[in-house]
Design a binder for this molecule. Structure first.
Ligand SMILES: NC(=O)c1ccc[n+]([C@@H]2O[C@H](COP(=O)([O-])OP(=O)(O)OC[C@H]3O[C@@H](n4cnc5c(N)ncnc54)[C@H](OP(=O)(O)O)[C@@H]3O)[C@@H](O)[C@H]2O)c1
Length: 312
């Protein structure tokens, strides 16, 4: 497995990471452990979770599964989204951050998080407050690097400028929705990250599995799959996307690859992408996804792909 620096930081992460929002929701504790063991076996060691995945069970199951092998993984988690309706249950306030890190550390059964990310921008809290609290966590040794997710380019820019001006720890990564079917961040966020060396960690890299070719237009979703069990993701199953995936599948098959491998290889063709955190519910999915890492797309390939799945 290759590794890349997470943005301008010294931290190296496996180029294929593991997304874990299925853990605790559609994967029980034993399955979570099996998927994580398989990940380690193929050197997929960058793990992305959040304080709200699977209720709070994703962090709990990961903490149990990583017992005795925590140091083999680079562990990222998040705060700021979801929670109850009560005040301070979400957002970027110092109070929420200081509360949540303690809870995440307990659940993950560790004394440090490698990458602590704000899950979504909080317009109600000054970014200085959020960054100062995150900076304090770095100084306390509870957190090693910080990042953000679901931020617009201007919001990342404001945060990086604020960190520089106030001499605070700066975001080394962003986590946006980005894949072959959703390329709108190429307008603003990707050029920003390239210029300022902020690592991109795309979420939904497989568009919830659609980009593996497992869903077919007009046919029921495979039994037990995400689209079979969870309706909230099904809006991506539309005619336009099916047409694009079929064409991408043809492109991949002509080159003896799967469309899932193409989805991963295409993201990694952009050097500003640090790691592709593909989600998995089964160990064999991690193995299949790892094959995408070795496919280096040529400039001609990329031009052809642009015709099939154009930028927004
Ligand atoms: N920051 C945010 O707001 C945000 C939002 C969403 C996700 N995330 C993070 O990003 C990670 C990745 O996103 P995601 O997991 O939601 O979606 P994804 O990576 O686009 O797709 C994951 C799904 O694809 C299917 N899959 C994976 N590998 C497969 C293979 N080789 N063959 C067939 N099917 C395969 C699995 O579906 P089945 O379940 O059907 O087996 C899996 O649940 C998440 O786990 C989470 O850590 C962050």
């Amino acid at each position: 497995m290759n590794h890349r620096h997470l943005g301008s930081s010294g931290l190296e992460v496996s180029v294929l990471g593991l997304g874990t929002n299925n853990f605790g929701m559609r994967c029980d504790e034993a399955t979570t452990a099996r998927v994580l063991d398989q990940a380690l076996d193929v050197d997929v060691t960058f793990i992305d979770t959040a304080n709200i995945y699977g209720g709070t069970k994703s962090e709990e199951f990961i903490g149990k599964a990583l017992k005795g092998k925590r140091d083999k993984f680079v562990l990222g988690t998040k705060f700021g989204m979801g929670g109850g309706k009560e005040p301070n249950a979400r957002g970027g306030s110092r109070k929420h951050i200081m509360d949540q890190i303690e809870k995440s550390l307990r659940r993950l059964d560790t004394d440090y998080v490698d990458l602590y990310q704000i899950h979504i921008a909080d317009p109600g809290t000054p970014i200085e407050e959020t960054l100062r609290a995150m900076d304090d966590l770095v100084r306390q040794g509870k957190v090693r690097y910080i990042g953000c997710s679901n931020f617009a380019a201007w919001q990342v820019s404001e945060a990086v400028w604020t960190s520089r001006t106030l001499n605070l720890t700066s975001f080394v990564s962003v986590q946006p929705h980005y894949n072959l079917l959703k390329r709108d961040i190429e307008k603003e966020l990707v050029p920003f990250c390239k210029k300022y060396d902020v690592g991109i960690v795309p979420f939904f890299p497989l568009e919830s599995g659609l980009l593996t070719g497992k869903y077919r237009q007009g046919e029921p979703a495979p039994k037990g799959s995400r689209m079979d069990t969870t309706t909230m993701f099904s809006r991506v199953l539309n005619e336009g996307n099916f047409r694009t995936v079929t064409a991408l599948e043809g492109f991949a098959q002509e080159r003896d690859h799967t469309v899932g491998e193409l989805a991963i290889a295409w993201l990694l063709a952009n050097p500003t992408v640090s790691s592709v955190i593909a989600g998995a519910t089964k160990p064999e999915q991690v193995v299949a996804n790892a094959k995408g890492v070795d496919w280096k797309l040529s400039d001609d390939d990329l031009k052809e792909i642009d015709k099939i799945a154009p930028a927004a």
